[in-house]
Every structure is written in structure tokens, then in C-alpha cells.
Ligand binder design. Structure first.
Ligand SMILES: Cc1ncc(COP(=O)(O)O)c(C=O)c1O
Length: 499
């Protein structure tokens, strides 16, 4: 082998490639990731404590979430002893098609095998064109122009810029309890103070929060005709609230009347999660802009997108000297684009939108049946497989006392107790739906069947039955949370809550 060139089936490789090929073939120096993982799995939390977010580690330890997962497939995670855990969180809705899907894996292998030119930047890559085509086949016809990025918050930032450029207005408003991401623009739309504390000042003109279903307040905000965009989640990530009225339809009418663009943030609700391809379709809305991310590329590679009307898009890229006025280096990278094509294919071929509608209805029905038995359950809500279970003070006197004690310390502690027990006793991963609320949130992958539904419902039934035994192990756990919460207030250590 020469150091200058290596003959291959395509001709002669240049020197740098030859050098790499020689390393791969001959050099003892290599990175054996399989061996590293086999040797060091289990050090996860120590490593994070030392080098990453040690506050998160402390919180995970308090709530018993400090598991070491060794592998994952479909709807299940497996620990180092190969014990399965039912994943009803899906990486916050990233793994809608299940974890490690073979079609997405194959797409990644194909991209690597093809040695494609990636992110040349001053070209137009095929794969991004194909993914934009595939996406716009699934959106309503008016949403036909796509911008790719790498995350949900980045999609929101871009959408806000597009709205400002298209309207010439600077304000943007959102719903109470909104969550649209944590970079400064999207954070400025936040409806939950614990995320904004300490990060101000936020974007000027982004400070109005309209209560869900309050059409009058929305009218009052839009009337001044200085609002570029009204941003909605049709099912809210924090608390799983959704409108039971025609509010979204009225909101769209008001937006049109006052020249405000309607942005539907589909980062979590999009691509099947709610039992329709997009959340806005439950109300037959025609939003001006939608944002996507999370499950868009099937879980391996970050990918986000803004899909909007061509006329809105062109207001940003309005002249040749402004052709890259909004851009991001990794936005159209081949791996993300190929994974996106594969993920959309899986959603269609496995009928995941229909499955979500059916399984979501069944799951909500079965949880609702538990309401008669467990007075802790107030309401089951959501759409498709984006479900919130709200708890409230129980009827039984002795349980009322325990409930009140926990709530005096922190409103999430009761729900955290349920979520922790679901994981430690039944190996089912769920989450608390937000700060200061009694809501448990479940986001199963869209591939689940009746088996997983029964596993979840039986486990919840068992955990709530245990809650009825005052002084039993559940309330001991609650007591531990109270101690941890009080201790953390003294030392400013993390509290036992989840985001
Ligand atoms: C509705 C919604 N929008 C935006 C975001 C931000 O997405 P990312 O975490 O990819 O920045 C999220 C994340 O949870 C979300 O749920």
C-alpha cells in the first residue's frame, strides 16, 4: 500500500483517504466501542456526576430513576440483567416508531456505505429534497415549503423569525402552560415560570399568555394588529390539556381577521402522536406554519423542520443576497434526511396513525374505568397516545391527610410517588407532566398493542391500590420525598421533581 494513493473500485483515492484506509487496515490504533461499553457500562451516573449535569443525577437518584439501561428494542428498554422495562415515555416522544427500528438502522447503513457527499452547503442535496417532498405529501397542500434544522427549539426560533419577516410585526403570543423549547426565543413563549426564572430579560413583545379556550382574551391581544404569530400546541406537553371547545377554530378566524399568523407547534403532537398525522387536523385547521422535530428522524439523528406556505417562506429569503439569511450548518445533513425518509415510511407502512387512534382510545377508556375504583383519579385527557392522568384529593379521610401533607411540601410529590412506583415495582417508565401539577403523563411508542395497555393499566391499578394503604410502603416513599424536598430547600440541592 502506498502512502500517496490507494487503488479502489472507483479509481484512486487521494492521499488523505489512503492514510485513513491504512489506519483502518493496518494500525493497531482503533476505537473498540463495543469493548468500551461492555467494560464500562454501569459507570454512567459517576461519569455524569463528575463531568455533566450532577444536579440531574441527584434528582434521578432521589426519585429512583437511576437505572442503567443496556439495550433497547421497540417499546422496551433492558437493564444490565436483561430485565425489560416498558417505555411509556418514548424519549419525550422521540421514539414513536419504537426504539432501534430496523428500517431506520438500514437507512443509516446505506448512507454510510454510499460515501455520499454531505453538507457541501453550496449545493442542493438530493436527500433533503426527497424528505421535503415526502413531508409535503403528508401536509395539507398549502404547507409546501420546508426548512430543515436539528431540534424543536430551533424549528420554533426559525418559525418566529419567518413570522416576523412575513408580517413586519414583532410580537408573538402563546397559551398559558405553553412549552415550545428552551432557547431564548422559544423560552420567551414559555407558560411555566420555573423554566424562565433567572434567564430574563426575555424577548420583548412575547409576554402575553392566553388561557386555553379564552377567545375573548385572544381577541383583546390580537386587536392591536401588532402580533406576528399566535403559537399553539393542540395538546399541551405540560399537563396534556387540550381544548374541548371550538377555541382553535375561533383562534384561527381571529388570526386571519387581524393579520396574525397561526403557528401550530407539532414538535410533540406531529407525525401520528395524537391519532392523526398532525394535531391541528383534529380541528381541520389550516395553520400558516408548523414545526416538527423529535420523532421526525426516528430517534437516531437529530432533525427538525419548519413547514409553511411558499409566500411566507419567500418573505424571509426575499432577495438573492438574503438566500442564507436563515440557515444552520447541520440542517440538511444526509443522515437526518435519510432517517426522516425511513421514519415516514415506517409510520405509513405500519399504520401507526390508525394504531395510535385505536390504542389511545382503548387506553383512555381502561384508565377511566379505574376512576370508579380509585378516587385519586380526577380526569384522563389527551388525544391518541399523548395522555395525561390528573389526580386530586381522595375522598377517604385518612388518605386526605396524607395527600395534604405531600401537597404542603410540593404539588408534584404525589404524582412523583406514583411514577416512581410504576418504575421500581412494575418496570414501566412514565413521567410527571410538569411543575406544580398532579398530572402523570404517558407517551407510549405508537407501536404498542393491547398487551402493553394491559400491563400499564394493571400496574396503575396496583400502585393506586397500594396508595390506599396508609402507612404502607407507598407512603413511606412519599415520606422520603418529603424529607428530600425539605433537605433540598435547606441546601439548595435538587428537589424530587421531574420536568
Ligand atoms: C411542543 C414542543 N415544542 C418544542 C420543543 C423543543 O424541542 P427540543 O427539545 O427538540 O428543542 C418541545 C420539547 O419537548 C416540545 O414538546
Amino acid at each position: 500500500m502506498t502512502w500517496l494513493a490507494v487503488p479502489t473500485y472507483r479509481g484512486v483515492l487521494p492521499m488523505t483517504f489512503a492514510f485513513r484506509a491504512q489506519i483502518a487496515e493496518n494500525w493497531p490504533m482503533s476505537l473498540d466501542l463495543k469493548e468500551i461499553i461492555a467494560g464500562r457500562l454501569g459507570e454512567n451516573y459517576q461519569l455524569h456526576e463528575r463531568h455533566l449535569n450532577r444536579t440531574l443525577v441527584a434528582a434521578q437518584r432521589v426519585i429512583g430513576f437511576d437505572k442503567v439501561y443496556a439495550r433497547a428494542e421497540g417499546a422496551y428498554l433492558y437493564d444490565m440483567d436483561n430485565q425489560p422495562y416498558l417505555d411509556f415515555l418514548s424519549g419525550y416522544s422521540v421514539f414513536n416508531i419504537g426504539r432501534n427500528h430496523p428500517l431506520v438502522k438500514q437507512a443509516i447503513r446505506d448512507v454510510l456505505d454510499l460515501d455520499l457527499p454531505n453538507m457541501v452547503q453550496m449545493d442542493c442535496s438530493l436527500l433533503s429534497g426527497l424528505l421535503a417532498e415526502a413531508l409535503t405529501k403528508r401536509t395539507p397542500p398549502h404547507l409546501d415549503a420546508v426548512f430543515f434544522c436539528s431540534s424543536g427549539t430551533e424549528a420554533m426560533e426559525g418559525a418566529l423569525k419567518f413570522a416576523r419577516a412575513a408580517t413586519g410585526r414583532k410580537r408573538a403570543i402563546s397559551l398559558a402552560s405553553a412549552f415550545h423549547g428552551l432557547s431564548l426565543g422559544s423560552l420567551s413563549l414559555m407558560g411555566c415560570e420555573s423554566f424562565t426564572e433567572g434567564f430574563g430579560p426575555l424577548m420583548e413583545g412575547f409576554d402575553a399568555r392566553v388561557p386555553l379556550d379564552d377567545t375573548e382574551e385572544l381577541d383583546r391581544q390580537l386587536r392591536s394588529r401588532d402580533v406576528a404569530a399566535f403559537v399553539i400546541e393542540t395538546v399541551q406537553g405540560k399537563g396534556c390539556q387540550t381544548s374541548k371547545t371550538d377555541f382553535f377554530v375561533r383562534a384561527q378566524e381571529l388570526c386571519r381577521k387581524y393579520g396574525t399568523l397561526l403557528i401550530s407547534d407539532e414538535v410533540q403532537t406531529g407525525l401520528g402522536r395524537t391519532g392523526k398525522m398532525f394535531g391541528f387536523q383534529h380541528w381541520n385547521l389550516e395553520p400558516d406554519i408548523i414545526t416538527l422535530a423529535k420523532t421526525l428522524s426516528g430517534g437516531y439523528v437529530p432533525c427538525g423542520a419548519i413547514v409553511t406556505r411558499r409566500d411566507i417562506y419567500q418573505k424571509t429569503f426575499s432577495r438573492m443576497d438574503r438566500c442564507v439569511v436563515h440557515s444552520t450548518t447541520f440542517g440538511r445533513n444526509n443522515l437526518a434526511m435519510a432517517c426522516g425518509l425511513a421514519a415516514l415510511e415506517v409510520i405509513d407502512q405500519e399504520n401507526l396513525v390508525d394504531n395510535t387512534a385505536k390504542m389511545g382510545a382503548l387506553l383512555m377508556e381502561k384508565i377511566d374505568v379505574l376512576r370508579a375504583k380509585h378516587s385519586f383519579i380526577k380526569e384522563v385527557r389527551g388525544k391518541g397516545l399523548m395522555i395525561g392522568i390528573e389526580f386530586h384529593e381522595p375522598r377517604e379521610l385518612k388518605l386526605k391527610m396524607a395527600w395534604k401533607l405531600l401537597h404542603k411540601i410540593d404539588k408534584v410529590l404525589f404524582t412523583q410517588m406514583i411514577v416512581t412506583q410504576m418504575l421500581s415495582k412494575h418496570r414501566i417508565l412514565t413521567q410527571v407532566a410538569g411543575h406544580a401539577m398532579d398530572v402523570m403523563k404517558i407517551l407510549p411508542p405508537l407501536i404498542i398493542g393491547e398487551r402493553e395497555i394491559d400491563m400499564f393499566v394493571n400496574a396503575l391499578d396496583d400502585v393506586l391500590t397500594e396508595c390506599r394503604k396508609f402507612h404502607g410502603p407507598m407512603w413511606e416513599l412519599g415520606n422520603n420525598f418529603v424529607k428530600a424536598a425539605l433537605g433540598s430547600r435547606r441546601t439548595a440541592e435538587p428537589r424530587p421533581v421531574s420536568a
